[in-house]
Design a binder for this molecule. Structure first.
Ligand code: NAG
Ligand code: NAG
Ligand code: NAG
Ligand code: NAG
Ligand code: NAG
Length: 429
């Protein structure tokens, strides 16, 4: 009993297990120093943040509007903070952050595009082309393709056969592009009819086959993004953004959830039902961990108030509730041939926007698009932020390209940017 009380007392006072040496921190930032300093190679504007910026001079403030980025933090009493707004890369972990940037990191805005969300970038290595989607305008059945065989790259539009209405997420698998398709419209040009679901396109022929378009007769609300496991099962998130974007005129019929679809049998199973807006989804390299982003704090719809920036060329309303979820969750994947998820844990609350597309690098680091904010965060597998990429436009999703998969394309609202660095994308199968 005595020893139990003593242990609890020590735990409460923070002394258990800590030797005096672990209590000595590398630097005590009392808020009077310079939180930001220039660092790394000079091929880009790289800024290192001291101790994650954990102590700022107390005059700091930040608007809670999630579309105000990290750089929108106001720190009047630390002149070094002004370096952050101008940075291409912000480094939180000097060792691993600078290592992933490599010897000559470079950021280039490549294309100005329509003032709508761009999504679902998929690299097809055999063609050296990047396929990209756009959310809207309503009724538009065009896809974009970027030819990386020429310098500078060129972009063109095409339509699949039959036309596909508003794919949002995409992955490359077995020579083909698998899409989550969120458009819901049975009066498309040319008599084309489509319900939301999963489709697969052969890039060589651009022919599309629908693999899934309902849940026992209910319509999906807007399949958003997907990941394919080693058995070939397709795990996908279902959100209702298409309705608010006027790309689907059927209000949601079922809960928003994450599903596992088995193309070999046609069976679809709900695997996760606790997130507000399930969005990006990706497996760890060993397939044992699944990551899902929850962009719950943002919603689109006719009754929402318009967000900052008037993102669209057509009337659209975006509502932010800064106290709602903006998190990444990790789960253990167990169960062998009938896999399911256990041990849900939150590993990251986005530092701006709401986490959207999520991809896992070859080494297991997570690269997370900031959604309606202008950047992308790079985290280790535990959710520790290592570095971030800062763009001039909002970023919804990302894809690695190139012979060595060391170019990362960031696609978003009105722009496409590429980053050349040392962080490699996962091998394409
Ligand atoms: C904060 O630390 C700096 C050195 O790192 C020191 O010069 C300064 O006096 C300290 N300020 C306060 C309020 O302790
Ligand atoms: C559809 O999208 C494509 C690709 O961005 C664009 O070129 C075209 O002008 C759009 N069409 C309409 C009618 O908005
Ligand atoms: C459906 O497509 C038509 C074009 O044929 C377009 O006018 C309409 O806005 C679209 N509606 C939705 C909900 O996608
Ligand atoms: C918008 O608000 C009105 C009045 O409160 C309500 O009747 C309607 O269902 C709402 N529409 C949506 C799309 O939420
Ligand atoms: C890929 O890596 C190899 C080996 O480091 C290098 O020789 C080659 O130039 C790289 N290719 C590109 C396109 O950067």
């Amino acid at each position: 009993m005595t020893s139990f009380i003593l242990t609890s007392f020590l735990a409460l006072t923070g002394f258990t297990q800590l030797s005096s040496s672990t209590l000595t921190y590398p630097r005590q930032n009392n808020g009077s120093g310079s939180v930001a300093t220039k660092c790394g190679p000079n091929t880009a504007n790289i800024i290192c943040i001291d101790r994650y910026g954990s102590v700022l001079p107390p005059s700091f403030s930040r608007d809670s509007d999630p579309s105000v980025g990290y750089t929108g933090t106001v720190v009047p009493d630390d002149p070094s903070w002004s370096l952050v707004a101008a940075a291409d890369f912000v480094v939180f972990d000097q060792e691993r952050g600078l290592e992933l940037l490599g010897g000559a990191p470079k950021i280039t805005k490549v294309f100005d595009v329509l003032n709508v969300i761009h999504e679902g970038p998929v690299y097809v290595p055999s063609e050296n082309k990047l396929y990209v989607q756009q959310d809207g305008p309503p009724g538009n059945v065009s896809q974009l393709v970027i030819d990386l065989n020429v310098d500078p790259p060129t972009m063109s539009t095409f339509q699949t056969s039959p036309p596909t209405y508003q794919p949002n997420g995409g992955v490359y698998h077995d020579g083909k592009i698998y899409w989550t398709v969120m458009g819901n419209n049975v009066s498309l040009p040319g008599g084309v009819k489509q319900r939301p679901g999963i489709a697969v396109m052969d890039p060589a022929t651009r022919k599309v086959e629908t693999l899934l378009n309902n849940y026992y007769g209910f319509m999906f609300s807007g399949p958003n993004d997907l990941a394919i496991d080693t058995n070939g099962d397709i795990w996908f998130t279902d959100s209702d953004y298409a309705f608010g974007l006027f790309l689907d005129d059927v209000p949601k019929q079922t809960q928003l959830a994450t599903y596992r679809f088995r193309p070999s049998t046609g069976q679809v199973t709900v695997v996760e039902d606790t997130l507000d807006h399930p969005n990006g989804i990706a497996f760890s390299p060993d397939g044992k961990t699944l990551y899902i982003t929850d962009s719950g704090l943002e919603s689109v719809g006719t009754n929402a108030t318009e967000g900052q920036g008037n993102f669209y060329n057509y009337p659209i309303a975006i509502n932010f509730i800064s106290t709602d979820k903006r998190n990444i969750y990790a789960y253990d994947v167990v169960g062998g041939d009938n896999p399911y998820l256990i041990n849900k844990r939150v590993i990251w609350q986005a530092l701006e926007g709401a986490p959207d597309g999520l991809k896992v690098a070859e080494n297991g680091y997570l690269v997370v698009a900031a959604g309606l904010a202008p950047g992308c965060d790079i985290l280790d597998a535990n959710g520790t932020p290592l570095a971030r990429i800062q763009t001039k436009h909002a970023v919804e999703n990302i894809a690695w390209t190139g012979e060595n998969l060391t170019t990362l394309w960031l696609v978003g609202i009105s722009g496409m940017t590429k980053v050349d660095f040392a962080l490699k994308g996962p091998a394409l199968d």
